[in-house]
Design a protein. Structure first.
Length: 83
C-alpha cells in the first residue's frame, strides 16, 4: 500500500491562481521535472496523465526532455515487458 501525504490548499489560493486541483498537480509535476527533481515517469504519475500527454505538455512549453540513467532503465523495463 502506498502512503499518501495530504496538502491543504485554501480554495481562495486556487481561485486566485485560476487552477483546479488536477491542474495544480500538473503544474507541480512540470516544475519538479523541469528542475530535475522528478523523472519524466514520476512526474507524469504525479500529474495523473499518460506519458505521451506529459511529453506533449513539456514540448508545448518548450521544456527540453531530460534523459538520464533512470529514464533509460524505465525504457528498458518497458521494452522487456512488451517483448
Amino acid at each position: 500500500m502506498r502512503h499518501q501525504t495530504v496538502i491543504e490548499v485554501p480554495q481562495d489560493i486556487l481561485d486566485s491562481a485560476r487552477l483546479t486541483i488536477p491542474e495544480l498537480k500538473i503544474e507541480v509535476a512540470v516544475h519538479l521535472y523541469e528542475q530535475g527533481r522528478l523523472s519524466v515517469g514520476r512526474a507524469r504519475e504525479l500529474a495523473s496523465i499518460s506519458l505521451g500527454e506529459f511529453r506533449h505538455l513539456l514540448a508545448s512549453r518548450r521544456i527540453s526532455p531530460h534523459y538520464d540513467e533512470t529514464d533509460w532503465d524505465e525504457d528498458v523495463a518497458t521494452l522487456r515487458k512488451i517483448g
